[in-house]
Design a protein around this ligand. Structure first.
Ligand code: SF4
Length: 426
């Protein structure tokens, strides 16, 4: 049968990591609310923050707001902090008003932010107090979406990690898929696994609080995103066990991820091949079409989404690209180690950021494609470099076989656009 490809002799897992700290260019963890609120249908995200936080949410999510949004901002003014007791009272009143107006809310997340006045508020205590006050109808949890020393995908990690301690206990042997994916993509994964006879399959976050998965030592879990380190640690503390695998991007990554789960559940090779053969072939074909543009091109990743290492693995191995630098905000080898195992040694692996030094390296290397945040993309484009916004990769469905071609196409598009512009200018 087609087992995932062999591990190269020298891989990125053992390569030295360039660790840098300095000025950084990243979004904050509040960004995660934009995709989480769509996934959890009876949850509400109440950001406890400043006007800046409200503006960020409004502008980032403005286009997606519908009649009854499932997020909002409780703005704390300087004056509110004259007395902390007043601030807590104000928060309690705000929550009571919200819950009276919105009886559909079953889970309320108090989301902390980084203004110093908010940091002084004990939101964990507030969440406990409010849970007691509004039980059993609403559970109140808290996490931080602060932009200090974090990157934007950590908002999802912090949110999911906050839910783990309150998941009900179970002795059942279950597979838990962890990470918020668009429903249609999640359904594809569940279907493939179910066709192999694997189950019961649960997901975190569940669409409704009543469907939250159980947790215990017979639960095995597979991460869908490489940025869920705190959630993984929280699940481990509850006795669950992680199935370690490359992340399900591209044909190879998806096959390796499915294979690791299939092995855990004793699925035979014949069944595995029967279920995966057709979608694998479709994925290979779709990737090959975009890879025509990508093959032989160089790529440079600035640290941003924490998806950099699995994406680099996909682009190097399935699309024929050459990575110059793979920068990631944090490198958690317990999570991305299997992806690093598949990347041949060679690219610079960097963790954290000193943005000026990294820009110097990027300018010196003149990569064909640079993956970076919005703040860096425009200046680099003005200097003649071709860029891809990292945040777009998080908002676009890119997991599993059926999206493998779209993932490759996302990277191919800016290269095609640049080639067209050059043609027109000639
Ligand atoms: Fe800005 Fe911090 Fe609010 Fe994010 S949490 S919008 S970084 S003030």
């Amino acid at each position: 049968m087609n087992r995932p490809a062999a591990i190269p002799a020298q891989t990125c897992r053992d390569a030295p990591i360039l660790k840098q700290r300095g000025q950084r260019e990243v979004f904050c963890g509040l960004t995660g609310i934009i995709w989480l609120h769509r996934k959890m249908q009876d949850a509400f995200f109440l950001v406890v923050g400043s006007r800046t936080c409200a503006h960020l949410l409004q502008s980032a999510a403005g286009v997606m707001i519908f009649a009854e949004p499932r997020f909002g901002t409780a703005i704390l003014e300087e004056g509110d902090l004259a007395g902390m007791a007043d601030a807590h009272d104000e928060l309690d009143r705000e929550v009571a008003r919200l819950l009276a107006r919105r009886p559909d809310i079953r889970q309320l997340f108090l989301v902390g932010s980084c203004p110093s006045e908010v940091i002084k508020l004990d939101l964990a205590r507030a969440a406990e107090r409010l849970t007691v006050e509004h039980a059993p109808h609403v559970r109140v949890l808290n996490y931080s979406g602060s932009g200090i020393e974090t990157t934007f995908t950590q908002g999802e990690d912090a949110c999911l990690a906050s839910m783990v301690p309150v998941l009900p206990a179970t002795q059942a042997r279950e597979l838990l898929l962890v990470g918020a994916l668009p429903d249609v993509v999640e359904d594809q994964a569940v279907k493939l696994l179910s066709e192999m006879g694997i189950g019961p399959i649960r997901v975190l976050p569940a669409p409704r609080s009543a469907e939250m998965p159980g947790m215990g030592e017979n639960v095995v879990y597979a991460l869908l995103q490489p940025f869920l380190g705190d959630t993984a640690a929280a699940l481990d503390r509850r006795g669950a066990r992680m199935i370690s695998a490359p992340f399900p991007f591209g044909e190879e990554g998806t096959t390796a991820w499915l294979r690791a789960i299939a092995d855990e559940f004793g699925v035979d090779d014949e069944t595995f091949d029967r279920v995966t053969a057709a979608p694998r072939a479709r994925a290979r074909k779709a990737v090959a079409a975009a890879a025509e543009t990508l093959a032989g091109k160089s790529i440079f990743f600035f640290p941003d989404s924490q998806l950099e290492i699995p994406f680099a693995r996909f682009l190097i191995r399935e699309c024929g690209m050459e990575a110059i630098e793979i920068g990631a905000p944090y490198i958690h080898k317990g999570l991305v180690g299997p992806d690093m195992d598949l990347i041949p040694a060679g690219p610079t692996i960097s963790e954290g950021q000193d943005v000026d030094l990294q820009l110097d390296r990027c300018r010196a290397a003149r990569p064909d494609l640079t993956v970076c945040g919005l703040g860096l993309a425009n200046p680099l484009e003005a200097e003649g470099l071709t860029t891809k916004w990292a945040i777009e990769l998080v908002f676009t469905p890119v997991h599993f076989y059926e999206q493998a071609g779209d993932l490759a196409a996302l990277f191919a598009r800016p290269l095609r656009r640049r080639a067209l512009l050059k043609l027109e200018a000639a």
